[in-house]
Design a protein around this ligand. Structure first.
Ligand code: AMP
Ligand code: MG
Length: 472
């Protein structure tokens, strides 16, 4: 075996009630679909042949140093507390410290049942695996903190969902898989000894300067208050912001039903299971505050003076709105070329958004058109846009480096829903050329490349994707 992974595991040293140790379930005929060389180099993994990559990242062969385990967690799903979730179809193989000094988890997703599977098969089918691979890597190139995709492997087995599909395993890489729900599970069980151990572990791993539960809460809030406005800046709707999908290190995690806005509408929802729009585009800032309130609640028992802690935690959680708003303003101001926004710039931004909503303008192409000036086809009533444009030009005449600011803030390409669907349908027919093409195109989403002009277009009426599925 040439393939080696420099494992350096810490989670496995936590008490045994934090996880279940087990091996992946073997698969019959593993074949590599994709392997992310750049990421594998960062993790310190040695070069290897495709056969070995397939064996290791399907779970058939365990590399030296791997100590596979399924993590325990709980979480609020659509507001309802579920006391036990856990990795039902994932296995943490272990951790590595990358060439950049960052410790990361390497996790198989779709590797077979675990004690947390709750009757489900523990498998993943090809569609969601390719979806997460392309979108998470695109998010990384769009400068959004995210888990990443190291490998996608076909298992050679069938997975039964609404139909029978080819099975696949995704290897996900994350700063860690600690979630709000990891804290909730011990807190709700009143297992405060484990809760304390988890907090100490999370502080040491992610926020070494944080002081106690309150300091830790502040750090997590700061990261999440940075992340969510970044999502909004590229029109991203996560779709399933349950507390078990809310990561402590502040990376985007779980690409189940996520989608990107084409026509701008603040209440847009794609996920078929989000019936009441709890996780709609514009509600994401409120939901993240709600999730942080759940984290605060979970941490409370660790403070000796409960009354004082409730006061302190409430202030910190309430202050999150302001942080989000400030970050939102910075991001959206940059999208219209303003690098040092004043509070009243919010009006100028909101006026454009209102116009876009009325006109059903394409989110990405409208902002990109501010760079090129090609707004002809975006507004049915160009006079309204022209009126906004005049005010905008006056405002940016006081700014420096407007073109640079616009370029950095406005991608030309995003992983549009219809392109992702098209890619999955082709792959189901055995054609992976679109998958590979999207991977290349989305590596440089801020650059106009004549090879990928077709990927700029909004979907036509027959191409529009109206809903997305969790894809489990
Ligand atoms: P998710 O929707 O991916 O956030 O998953 C929610 C929970 O359902 C997690 O505990 C998953 O491990 C579990 N789960 C989802 N799909 C499967 C599956 N096919 N087999 C077993 N558990 C699953
Ligand atoms: Mg999840």
């Amino acid at each position: 075996m040439n393939l080696t992974i420099p494992f350096d595991n810490t989670y496995v040293s936590l008490p045994e009630n934090f996880y279940a140790k087990l091996s992946a379930t073997k698969v019959s005929d593993p074949k590599v679909i994709a392997f992310n060389r750049q990421l594998s180099d960062l993790l310190g993994i040695t070069q290897a042949e495709d056969e070995e990559i397939a064996e290791v990242f399907s779970g058939n062969v365990a590399c030296d140093g791997s100590q596979p385990l399924a993590q325990l967690y709980a979480g609020h799903q659509f507001g309802q507390y579920n006391p036990q979730l856990g990795d039902g179809r994932a296995l943490l193989l272990g951790e590595t410290v990358g060439t950049d000094g960052v410790r990361r988890d390497i996790q198989l997703k779709g590797s077979g049942p675990t004690p947390f599977s709750r009757g489900a098969d523990g498998r993943a089918w090809l569609g969601p695996v390719l979806r997460e691979f392309v979108i998470s890597e695109a998010m990384h190139s769009l400068n959004i903190p995210t888990t990443r995709a190291l490998a996608a492997v076909l298992t050679g087995e069938k997975v039964v969902r609404d139909k029978v599909y080819p099975g696949a395993v995704l290897t996900r890489v994350a700063k860690s898989h600690l979630r709000v729900g990891t804290f909730q599970v011990f807190s709700e069980r009143r297992d405060f000894k484990s809760l304390r151990k988890l907090l100490d572990y999370a502080i040491e791993r992610h926020y070494p300067n944080a002081n106690g539960p309150l300091g830790f809460l502040k750090c997590v809030i700061k990261e999440q208050a940075t992340l969510i406005p970044k999502w909004m800046g590229i029109g991203f709707i996560h779709g399933v912001m349950n507390t078990d999908n809310c990561q402590i290190a502040g990376e985007t995690i779980d690409y189940g039903p996520c989608a990107f806005i084409d026509e701008y509408h603040p209440m847009q929802v794609f996920s078929s299971i989000d019936q009441f729009g709890r996780y709609s585009f514009a509600k994401q800032p409120d939901i993240i505050v709600w999730n942080m309130a759940q984290l605060a609640t979970a941490l409370l028992p660790l403070e000796s003076d409960a009354d004082q802690a409730i006061k302190d935690f409430t202030i910190v959680v309430n202050n999150m709105q302001t942080q989000i708003r400030e970050n939102w303003l910075k991001i959206f101001a940059a999208k219209i070329g303003i690098s040092d926004p004043k509070p009243k710039d919010e009006w100028l931004i909101k006026e454009l958004l209102t116009l876009m909503e009325k006109e059903k303008s394409d989110f990405t192409n409208t902002f990109f058109s501010l760079i090129t000036g090609e707004t002809q086809n975006l507004f049915s009533k160009p006079e309204d846009f022209k009126a906004w444009e005049r005010k905008w030009k006056v405002r940016i005449s006081k700014e420096r480096k407007v073109p640079e600011t616009l370029r950095k803030a406005n991608p030309v390409l995003i992983p549009r829903n219809h392109r992702i669907e098209e890619m999955i349908n082709a792959a189901l027919k055995g054609d992976f050329s679109l998958f590979n093409r999207l991977l290349v195109a989305y590596r440089q989403p801020f650059e106009e490349n004549p090879r990928f002009v077709d990927l700029k277009s909004a979907p036509n009426a027959s191409e529009i994707v109206h809903s997305t599925f969790c894809g489990t």
